[in-house]
Design a protein around this ligand. Structure first.
Ligand code: HEC
Length: 122
Protein backbone atom coordinates (compact mmCIF):
# COMPACT_ATOMS: atom_id res chain seq x y z
CA UNK A 1 0.00 0.00 0.00
CA UNK A 2 1.07 3.56 -0.65
CA UNK A 3 -0.06 5.22 2.56
CA UNK A 4 2.79 5.63 5.01
CA UNK A 5 2.60 3.30 7.99
CA UNK A 6 2.81 4.60 11.52
CA UNK A 7 6.27 3.08 11.63
CA UNK A 8 7.51 4.87 8.55
CA UNK A 9 6.04 8.13 9.82
CA UNK A 10 7.83 7.66 13.14
CA UNK A 11 11.06 6.93 11.28
CA UNK A 12 10.57 10.03 9.14
CA UNK A 13 10.00 12.23 12.15
CA UNK A 14 13.10 10.77 13.79
CA UNK A 15 15.10 11.75 10.73
CA UNK A 16 13.62 15.25 10.93
CA UNK A 17 14.46 15.45 14.60
CA UNK A 18 18.03 14.37 13.94
CA UNK A 19 18.36 16.93 11.17
CA UNK A 20 17.20 19.64 13.52
CA UNK A 21 19.21 18.50 16.52
CA UNK A 22 22.56 17.77 14.93
CA UNK A 23 23.40 21.24 13.57
CA UNK A 24 22.52 22.94 16.83
CA UNK A 25 24.68 20.46 18.74
CA UNK A 26 27.46 21.17 16.22
CA UNK A 27 27.22 24.93 16.74
CA UNK A 28 29.66 24.95 19.60
CA UNK A 29 29.99 27.75 22.05
CA UNK A 30 32.99 29.81 21.09
CA UNK A 31 35.77 30.68 23.45
CA UNK A 32 35.36 34.15 24.90
CA UNK A 33 38.18 36.10 26.43
CA UNK A 34 37.48 37.61 29.80
CA UNK A 35 38.05 41.40 29.96
CA UNK A 36 37.84 41.80 26.19
CA UNK A 37 36.46 45.01 24.72
CA UNK A 38 35.48 44.20 21.14
CA UNK A 39 35.07 47.84 20.09
CA UNK A 40 38.50 48.66 21.49
CA UNK A 41 40.01 45.65 19.70
CA UNK A 42 38.51 46.72 16.38
CA UNK A 43 39.80 50.24 16.85
CA UNK A 44 43.32 49.04 17.66
CA UNK A 45 43.41 46.66 14.69
CA UNK A 46 42.42 49.54 12.39
CA UNK A 47 44.83 51.98 14.04
CA UNK A 48 47.82 49.70 13.77
CA UNK A 49 47.12 48.72 10.16
CA UNK A 50 47.44 45.02 10.97
CA UNK A 51 45.58 44.03 7.81
CA UNK A 52 47.64 46.28 5.52
CA UNK A 53 50.85 44.53 6.48
CA UNK A 54 49.29 41.06 6.34
CA UNK A 55 47.94 41.91 2.88
CA UNK A 56 51.45 42.56 1.64
CA UNK A 57 52.39 39.12 2.88
CA UNK A 58 49.40 37.01 1.80
CA UNK A 59 47.34 39.24 -0.53
CA UNK A 60 43.55 39.41 -0.54
CA UNK A 61 42.22 41.20 2.51
CA UNK A 62 45.12 39.91 4.56
CA UNK A 63 42.99 37.54 6.60
CA UNK A 64 44.71 34.55 4.98
CA UNK A 65 47.48 35.08 7.52
CA UNK A 66 45.14 33.86 10.25
CA UNK A 67 45.37 30.08 10.25
CA UNK A 68 43.39 28.46 13.08
CA UNK A 69 44.89 25.09 12.19
CA UNK A 70 48.45 26.31 12.15
CA UNK A 71 50.77 27.14 14.98
CA UNK A 72 48.20 29.44 16.53
CA UNK A 73 45.65 26.74 17.29
CA UNK A 74 44.11 27.68 20.63
CA UNK A 75 42.93 30.84 22.41
CA UNK A 76 46.05 31.08 24.58
CA UNK A 77 48.35 30.82 21.57
CA UNK A 78 46.32 33.47 19.74
CA UNK A 79 46.58 35.92 22.59
CA UNK A 80 50.28 35.09 22.91
CA UNK A 81 50.82 35.75 19.21
CA UNK A 82 49.08 39.13 19.40
CA UNK A 83 51.20 39.97 22.45
CA UNK A 84 54.37 38.88 20.64
CA UNK A 85 53.51 40.96 17.56
CA UNK A 86 52.67 43.99 19.65
CA UNK A 87 56.06 43.79 21.37
CA UNK A 88 57.86 43.23 18.05
CA UNK A 89 56.02 46.15 16.50
CA UNK A 90 56.60 48.23 19.65
CA UNK A 91 52.91 49.03 19.96
CA UNK A 92 53.14 49.24 23.75
CA UNK A 93 49.69 47.83 24.33
CA UNK A 94 48.14 47.23 27.71
CA UNK A 95 47.26 43.60 28.53
CA UNK A 96 43.52 44.36 28.12
CA UNK A 97 44.25 45.82 24.69
CA UNK A 98 46.08 42.67 23.61
CA UNK A 99 43.16 40.58 24.88
CA UNK A 100 40.66 42.78 23.05
CA UNK A 101 42.52 42.40 19.75
CA UNK A 102 42.69 38.63 20.26
CA UNK A 103 38.95 38.61 20.94
CA UNK A 104 38.20 40.32 17.61
CA UNK A 105 40.43 37.89 15.70
CA UNK A 106 38.79 35.03 17.58
CA UNK A 107 35.31 36.25 16.63
CA UNK A 108 36.13 36.98 12.98
CA UNK A 109 38.75 34.41 12.03
CA UNK A 110 39.82 31.76 14.50
CA UNK A 111 36.54 30.84 16.17
CA UNK A 112 38.05 28.44 18.69
CA UNK A 113 35.43 26.54 20.64
CA UNK A 114 35.17 26.99 24.37
CA UNK A 115 37.14 24.25 26.12
CA UNK A 116 33.93 23.21 27.87
CA UNK A 117 30.77 25.10 28.77
CA UNK A 118 31.43 27.53 31.56
CA UNK A 119 35.18 27.46 30.95
CA UNK A 120 35.23 31.16 30.06
CA UNK A 121 35.88 33.21 33.13
CA UNK A 122 33.14 35.67 34.03
C1 HEC B 1 54.94 44.87 9.71
C2 HEC B 1 54.01 43.84 9.27
C3 HEC B 1 52.96 43.35 10.24
C4 HEC B 1 52.13 44.10 11.02
C5 HEC B 1 52.02 45.63 11.13
C6 HEC B 1 51.32 43.15 11.76
N1 HEC B 1 51.65 41.87 11.43
FE1 HEC B 1 50.79 40.18 12.18
N2 HEC B 1 51.99 39.05 11.04
C7 HEC B 1 52.93 39.52 10.15
C8 HEC B 1 53.59 38.40 9.51
C9 HEC B 1 54.68 38.50 8.45
C10 HEC B 1 53.00 37.22 10.05
C11 HEC B 1 53.30 35.78 9.69
C12 HEC B 1 54.38 35.25 10.59
C13 HEC B 1 54.66 33.80 10.28
O1 HEC B 1 53.75 33.11 9.80
O2 HEC B 1 55.78 33.39 10.52
C14 HEC B 1 52.01 37.69 11.01
C15 HEC B 1 51.24 36.83 11.74
C16 HEC B 1 50.28 37.22 12.63
C17 HEC B 1 49.47 36.32 13.42
C18 HEC B 1 49.54 34.80 13.43
C19 HEC B 1 48.69 34.20 12.35
C20 HEC B 1 48.65 32.70 12.44
O3 HEC B 1 47.52 32.15 12.57
O4 HEC B 1 49.71 32.06 12.40
C21 HEC B 1 48.64 37.10 14.17
C22 HEC B 1 47.59 36.63 15.16
C23 HEC B 1 48.95 38.47 13.85
N3 HEC B 1 49.93 38.52 12.92
C24 HEC B 1 48.31 39.55 14.42
C25 HEC B 1 48.62 40.86 14.13
C26 HEC B 1 47.92 41.98 14.71
C27 HEC B 1 46.76 41.89 15.66
C28 HEC B 1 48.51 43.10 14.22
C29 HEC B 1 48.15 44.55 14.51
C30 HEC B 1 48.15 44.95 15.91
C31 HEC B 1 49.57 42.68 13.35
N4 HEC B 1 49.61 41.30 13.31
C32 HEC B 1 50.36 43.53 12.65
C33 HEC B 1 53.23 40.84 9.90
C34 HEC B 1 52.63 41.94 10.50
Amino acid sequence: MRRPTAQSLAAASLVTLAAVTVPSAGAQTLHRYADADIALGEKLIAEHACAACHQRKVGGDGSGIYRPKGRVNNPGALRGMVDYCSVELKLQLFPEEVTSIAAVLQRDHYRFPAAHPGAAKP
